[in-house]
Write a protein that binds this ligand. Structure first.
Ligand code: SF4
Length: 312
Protein backbone atom coordinates (compact mmCIF):
# COMPACT_ATOMS: atom_id res chain seq x y z
CA UNK A 1 0.00 0.00 0.00
CA UNK A 2 1.48 3.31 -1.00
CA UNK A 3 1.55 6.06 1.57
CA UNK A 4 0.08 9.33 0.40
CA UNK A 5 2.33 12.25 -0.26
CA UNK A 6 2.28 14.88 2.45
CA UNK A 7 2.94 17.66 -0.04
CA UNK A 8 0.71 19.59 -2.33
CA UNK A 9 -2.41 20.10 -0.20
CA UNK A 10 -4.39 22.88 -1.87
CA UNK A 11 -6.46 25.52 -0.15
CA UNK A 12 -9.83 24.49 1.28
CA UNK A 13 -11.52 26.38 -1.51
CA UNK A 14 -9.88 24.01 -3.97
CA UNK A 15 -9.51 26.76 -6.54
CA UNK A 16 -6.50 25.36 -8.39
CA UNK A 17 -7.14 25.27 -12.10
CA UNK A 18 -6.97 21.74 -13.52
CA UNK A 19 -4.42 20.95 -16.18
CA UNK A 20 -5.13 18.79 -19.18
CA UNK A 21 -5.58 15.12 -18.24
CA UNK A 22 -2.44 13.07 -17.63
CA UNK A 23 -0.29 16.02 -18.62
CA UNK A 24 -1.07 15.40 -22.29
CA UNK A 25 -1.63 18.33 -24.61
CA UNK A 26 -5.27 18.89 -25.54
CA UNK A 27 -6.10 17.96 -29.13
CA UNK A 28 -7.72 20.60 -31.26
CA UNK A 29 -11.11 19.52 -32.56
CA UNK A 30 -10.96 19.88 -36.33
CA UNK A 31 -14.05 18.90 -38.23
CA UNK A 32 -13.86 15.35 -39.53
CA UNK A 33 -11.02 14.52 -37.17
CA UNK A 34 -11.73 11.57 -34.88
CA UNK A 35 -12.42 12.50 -31.25
CA UNK A 36 -9.71 11.57 -28.82
CA UNK A 37 -10.56 8.39 -26.92
CA UNK A 38 -11.01 8.72 -23.20
CA UNK A 39 -8.35 6.58 -21.51
CA UNK A 40 -9.85 5.04 -18.41
CA UNK A 41 -9.92 2.35 -15.77
CA UNK A 42 -12.94 1.28 -13.70
CA UNK A 43 -11.63 3.33 -10.75
CA UNK A 44 -11.45 6.46 -12.87
CA UNK A 45 -15.02 6.11 -14.12
CA UNK A 46 -16.23 5.13 -10.65
CA UNK A 47 -14.58 8.15 -9.04
CA UNK A 48 -16.48 10.56 -11.33
CA UNK A 49 -19.77 8.68 -10.96
CA UNK A 50 -19.41 8.83 -7.16
CA UNK A 51 -18.33 12.46 -6.98
CA UNK A 52 -17.00 14.70 -9.77
CA UNK A 53 -14.93 16.66 -7.25
CA UNK A 54 -13.21 13.51 -6.03
CA UNK A 55 -12.44 12.71 -9.67
CA UNK A 56 -10.88 16.14 -10.09
CA UNK A 57 -8.71 15.80 -6.99
CA UNK A 58 -7.55 12.33 -8.11
CA UNK A 59 -7.04 12.79 -11.85
CA UNK A 60 -7.05 16.45 -12.85
CA UNK A 61 -5.43 18.72 -10.27
CA UNK A 62 -1.64 18.66 -10.47
CA UNK A 63 0.09 18.55 -8.14
CA UNK A 64 -2.66 16.36 -6.69
CA UNK A 65 -3.97 17.37 -3.28
CA UNK A 66 -2.55 15.34 -0.40
CA UNK A 67 -4.65 12.37 0.58
CA UNK A 68 -5.59 11.54 4.14
CA UNK A 69 -3.81 8.73 6.00
CA UNK A 70 -3.95 5.16 4.62
CA UNK A 71 -7.00 3.06 5.45
CA UNK A 72 -6.63 -0.23 7.30
CA UNK A 73 -9.39 -1.83 5.20
CA UNK A 74 -7.42 -1.02 2.04
CA UNK A 75 -4.30 -2.57 3.60
CA UNK A 76 -6.27 -5.67 4.50
CA UNK A 77 -7.78 -5.92 1.02
CA UNK A 78 -4.42 -5.43 -0.71
CA UNK A 79 -2.74 -8.04 1.53
CA UNK A 80 -5.37 -10.68 0.78
CA UNK A 81 -5.43 -9.92 -2.96
CA UNK A 82 -1.65 -10.23 -3.25
CA UNK A 83 -1.57 -13.42 -1.17
CA UNK A 84 -4.09 -14.98 -3.58
CA UNK A 85 -2.11 -13.80 -6.56
CA UNK A 86 1.02 -15.41 -5.10
CA UNK A 87 -0.95 -18.59 -4.31
CA UNK A 88 -1.46 -19.11 -8.02
CA UNK A 89 2.20 -18.36 -8.69
CA UNK A 90 3.11 -21.48 -6.67
CA UNK A 91 3.44 -24.78 -8.55
CA UNK A 92 0.15 -26.70 -8.12
CA UNK A 93 1.72 -29.31 -5.82
CA UNK A 94 2.80 -26.56 -3.40
CA UNK A 95 -0.63 -24.96 -3.20
CA UNK A 96 -1.42 -26.28 0.26
CA UNK A 97 -3.11 -24.41 3.13
CA UNK A 98 0.15 -24.52 5.15
CA UNK A 99 1.68 -22.16 2.55
CA UNK A 100 -0.85 -19.43 3.26
CA UNK A 101 0.64 -18.03 6.46
CA UNK A 102 3.98 -17.44 4.69
CA UNK A 103 2.24 -15.93 1.68
CA UNK A 104 0.14 -13.60 3.79
CA UNK A 105 3.08 -12.55 5.98
CA UNK A 106 5.09 -11.80 2.85
CA UNK A 107 2.41 -9.53 1.42
CA UNK A 108 1.06 -8.03 4.62
CA UNK A 109 0.51 -4.25 4.48
CA UNK A 110 0.70 -2.65 7.94
CA UNK A 111 -0.72 0.80 7.23
CA UNK A 112 -3.77 2.23 8.90
CA UNK A 113 -4.31 -0.06 11.87
CA UNK A 114 -4.97 1.43 15.30
CA UNK A 115 -2.32 -0.66 17.05
CA UNK A 116 -0.45 -3.96 16.92
CA UNK A 117 -3.27 -5.83 18.60
CA UNK A 118 -5.81 -4.77 15.99
CA UNK A 119 -3.37 -5.56 13.22
CA UNK A 120 -2.67 -9.05 14.62
CA UNK A 121 -6.38 -9.72 14.91
CA UNK A 122 -6.91 -8.63 11.29
CA UNK A 123 -4.05 -10.88 10.17
CA UNK A 124 -5.57 -13.90 11.94
CA UNK A 125 -8.96 -13.15 10.42
CA UNK A 126 -7.49 -12.78 6.93
CA UNK A 127 -5.58 -16.05 7.28
CA UNK A 128 -8.82 -17.79 8.28
CA UNK A 129 -10.60 -16.36 5.20
CA UNK A 130 -7.82 -17.56 2.94
CA UNK A 131 -7.72 -21.04 4.47
CA UNK A 132 -11.47 -21.47 3.95
CA UNK A 133 -11.33 -19.97 0.48
CA UNK A 134 -8.60 -22.18 -0.92
CA UNK A 135 -10.55 -25.23 0.31
CA UNK A 136 -13.26 -24.21 -2.15
CA UNK A 137 -10.86 -24.04 -5.11
CA UNK A 138 -10.54 -26.93 -7.50
CA UNK A 139 -7.07 -28.43 -6.93
CA UNK A 140 -4.64 -28.16 -9.81
CA UNK A 141 -6.89 -25.90 -11.90
CA UNK A 142 -5.13 -22.78 -13.12
CA UNK A 143 -7.09 -19.66 -14.03
CA UNK A 144 -6.61 -18.20 -17.47
CA UNK A 145 -5.36 -15.02 -15.85
CA UNK A 146 -4.49 -13.74 -12.38
CA UNK A 147 -4.43 -9.96 -11.90
CA UNK A 148 -4.63 -9.90 -15.66
CA UNK A 149 -4.86 -6.58 -17.51
CA UNK A 150 -7.50 -6.50 -20.23
CA UNK A 151 -8.01 -3.58 -22.57
CA UNK A 152 -10.51 -2.63 -25.24
CA UNK A 153 -11.39 0.40 -27.34
CA UNK A 154 -14.88 1.61 -28.18
CA UNK A 155 -15.91 4.68 -30.13
CA UNK A 156 -15.37 6.76 -26.98
CA UNK A 157 -13.25 4.78 -24.53
CA UNK A 158 -9.78 3.29 -24.40
CA UNK A 159 -10.50 1.07 -21.41
CA UNK A 160 -7.99 -0.95 -19.45
CA UNK A 161 -8.33 -2.70 -16.13
CA UNK A 162 -6.78 -5.43 -14.03
CA UNK A 163 -9.16 -8.30 -13.27
CA UNK A 164 -8.44 -10.19 -10.04
CA UNK A 165 -8.93 -13.48 -11.86
CA UNK A 166 -10.23 -14.73 -15.19
CA UNK A 167 -11.34 -18.36 -15.17
CA UNK A 168 -11.95 -20.56 -18.18
CA UNK A 169 -14.78 -23.00 -17.50
CA UNK A 170 -16.61 -25.47 -19.71
CA UNK A 171 -19.76 -24.11 -21.34
CA UNK A 172 -22.39 -25.73 -23.56
CA UNK A 173 -20.55 -24.64 -26.72
CA UNK A 174 -16.96 -24.78 -25.47
CA UNK A 175 -14.86 -22.94 -22.89
CA UNK A 176 -16.30 -19.73 -21.48
CA UNK A 177 -14.58 -17.07 -19.44
CA UNK A 178 -15.65 -15.92 -15.99
CA UNK A 179 -14.56 -12.71 -14.29
CA UNK A 180 -13.79 -13.19 -10.59
CA UNK A 181 -13.43 -10.27 -8.21
CA UNK A 182 -12.34 -10.81 -4.58
CA UNK A 183 -14.06 -8.78 -1.89
CA UNK A 184 -12.96 -8.34 1.72
CA UNK A 185 -15.48 -5.75 3.00
CA UNK A 186 -17.54 -6.52 6.05
CA UNK A 187 -20.92 -7.28 4.55
CA UNK A 188 -21.81 -9.92 2.01
CA UNK A 189 -22.81 -9.11 -1.54
CA UNK A 190 -25.72 -10.36 -3.62
CA UNK A 191 -26.54 -10.95 -7.27
CA UNK A 192 -27.66 -7.32 -7.65
CA UNK A 193 -24.15 -6.19 -6.71
CA UNK A 194 -22.68 -8.49 -9.36
CA UNK A 195 -25.26 -7.41 -11.94
CA UNK A 196 -24.79 -3.70 -11.23
CA UNK A 197 -21.00 -3.64 -11.16
CA UNK A 198 -19.82 -1.59 -14.10
CA UNK A 199 -16.23 -2.67 -13.47
CA UNK A 200 -17.08 -6.38 -13.78
CA UNK A 201 -19.12 -5.78 -16.92
CA UNK A 202 -16.29 -3.83 -18.54
CA UNK A 203 -13.80 -6.56 -17.65
CA UNK A 204 -16.12 -9.13 -19.23
CA UNK A 205 -16.61 -7.01 -22.34
CA UNK A 206 -12.85 -6.54 -22.69
CA UNK A 207 -11.93 -10.16 -21.88
CA UNK A 208 -14.35 -11.46 -24.52
CA UNK A 209 -12.55 -9.40 -27.13
CA UNK A 210 -9.00 -10.01 -25.90
CA UNK A 211 -9.38 -13.80 -25.69
CA UNK A 212 -12.03 -14.19 -28.42
CA UNK A 213 -14.15 -16.37 -26.18
CA UNK A 214 -17.54 -15.73 -24.61
CA UNK A 215 -17.33 -14.00 -21.23
CA UNK A 216 -20.74 -13.34 -19.73
CA UNK A 217 -20.51 -14.55 -16.15
CA UNK A 218 -19.18 -12.26 -13.45
CA UNK A 219 -18.64 -13.28 -9.82
CA UNK A 220 -17.94 -11.47 -6.57
CA UNK A 221 -16.14 -13.78 -4.15
CA UNK A 222 -16.66 -12.43 -0.63
CA UNK A 223 -13.94 -14.02 1.45
CA UNK A 224 -15.18 -13.14 4.95
CA UNK A 225 -18.50 -14.94 4.39
CA UNK A 226 -17.28 -17.48 1.84
CA UNK A 227 -20.15 -16.52 -0.48
CA UNK A 228 -20.19 -15.97 -4.24
CA UNK A 229 -22.55 -13.43 -5.83
CA UNK A 230 -22.87 -14.06 -9.55
CA UNK A 231 -24.59 -12.64 -12.59
CA UNK A 232 -24.89 -13.90 -16.16
CA UNK A 233 -24.70 -10.98 -18.55
CA UNK A 234 -26.07 -10.96 -22.07
CA UNK A 235 -24.51 -9.17 -25.02
CA UNK A 236 -27.19 -6.50 -24.52
CA UNK A 237 -26.56 -5.98 -20.80
CA UNK A 238 -22.80 -5.68 -21.43
CA UNK A 239 -23.48 -3.18 -24.19
CA UNK A 240 -25.68 -1.15 -21.82
CA UNK A 241 -22.88 -0.99 -19.25
CA UNK A 242 -20.40 0.07 -21.93
CA UNK A 243 -22.83 2.73 -23.10
CA UNK A 244 -23.19 4.05 -19.52
CA UNK A 245 -19.40 4.14 -19.18
CA UNK A 246 -19.22 6.10 -22.43
CA UNK A 247 -21.79 8.58 -21.10
CA UNK A 248 -19.65 9.09 -18.00
CA UNK A 249 -16.58 9.59 -20.18
CA UNK A 250 -18.43 12.20 -22.28
CA UNK A 251 -19.45 14.04 -19.09
CA UNK A 252 -15.85 14.06 -17.87
CA UNK A 253 -14.53 15.34 -21.20
CA UNK A 254 -17.25 18.03 -21.25
CA UNK A 255 -16.27 19.15 -17.74
CA UNK A 256 -12.62 19.36 -18.75
CA UNK A 257 -13.51 21.32 -21.88
CA UNK A 258 -15.62 23.70 -19.80
CA UNK A 259 -12.65 24.41 -17.54
CA UNK A 260 -10.43 24.98 -20.56
CA UNK A 261 -13.06 27.45 -21.81
CA UNK A 262 -12.99 29.40 -18.55
CA UNK A 263 -15.59 27.76 -16.29
CA UNK A 264 -14.65 27.76 -12.62
CA UNK A 265 -13.24 24.27 -11.89
CA UNK A 266 -15.33 24.16 -8.72
CA UNK A 267 -18.47 24.49 -10.89
CA UNK A 268 -17.33 22.06 -13.59
CA UNK A 269 -16.52 19.38 -11.01
CA UNK A 270 -19.15 19.86 -8.28
CA UNK A 271 -19.12 18.18 -4.90
CA UNK A 272 -21.73 15.53 -4.13
CA UNK A 273 -21.63 15.33 -0.35
CA UNK A 274 -22.99 12.22 1.33
CA UNK A 275 -22.11 9.42 3.72
CA UNK A 276 -19.11 8.45 1.58
CA UNK A 277 -17.41 11.77 2.46
CA UNK A 278 -16.40 10.28 5.82
CA UNK A 279 -14.33 7.71 3.88
CA UNK A 280 -13.01 10.05 1.19
CA UNK A 281 -9.24 10.50 0.85
CA UNK A 282 -9.79 14.19 0.09
CA UNK A 283 -12.14 15.04 2.96
CA UNK A 284 -9.67 17.49 4.45
CA UNK A 285 -9.15 19.24 1.11
CA UNK A 286 -12.77 19.38 0.01
CA UNK A 287 -14.94 22.19 1.36
CA UNK A 288 -18.00 19.89 1.47
CA UNK A 289 -16.09 17.00 2.99
CA UNK A 290 -14.63 19.16 5.72
CA UNK A 291 -18.20 19.44 7.12
CA UNK A 292 -18.57 15.64 7.31
CA UNK A 293 -17.43 13.68 10.35
CA UNK A 294 -14.35 11.71 9.38
CA UNK A 295 -13.78 8.03 10.05
CA UNK A 296 -10.73 6.72 11.82
CA UNK A 297 -8.42 4.92 9.37
CA UNK A 298 -9.06 1.62 11.16
CA UNK A 299 -12.84 2.04 11.63
CA UNK A 300 -13.83 -0.44 8.93
CA UNK A 301 -11.79 -3.28 10.40
CA UNK A 302 -12.75 -2.59 14.01
CA UNK A 303 -15.95 -4.59 14.31
CA UNK A 304 -18.71 -5.91 12.05
CA UNK A 305 -20.84 -3.02 10.87
CA UNK A 306 -21.68 -1.04 7.77
CA UNK A 307 -18.98 -1.35 5.08
CA UNK A 308 -17.08 1.70 3.95
CA UNK A 309 -18.28 3.34 0.77
CA UNK A 310 -14.80 3.01 -0.68
CA UNK A 311 -13.41 -0.48 -0.59
CA UNK A 312 -11.70 -3.01 -2.71
S1 SF4 B 1 -15.35 14.77 0.59
FE1 SF4 B 1 -17.29 14.15 -0.34
S2 SF4 B 1 -17.88 15.85 -1.68
FE2 SF4 B 1 -15.69 16.08 -1.20
S3 SF4 B 1 -14.57 15.08 -2.82
FE3 SF4 B 1 -14.84 13.57 -1.23
S4 SF4 B 1 -16.73 12.48 -1.73
FE4 SF4 B 1 -16.71 14.39 -2.93
Amino acid sequence: MRRPSSAGRPSAAGGRAPRPRDGQPEQLGFEGMPERLFVCTPSKLGAYADCPRRYRYSYVDRPAPAKGPPWAHNSLGASVHTALKNWYALPPDRRRPEALATLLKGTWVRDGYRDDEQERSAYRRALGWLESYVESLEPGVDPLGVERVVAVKTGVLAFNGRADRIDSRPGPAGPELVIVDYKTGRTGLDADDARGSQALALYAYAAERVFRRPCRRVELHHLPSGTVAAHEHTAESLARQVSRAEDTARDIMAAERAVADGTDPDDAFPTTPGPRCGWCDYRRTCPAGAQAPGKEPWAAVDRPAEPPAVQD
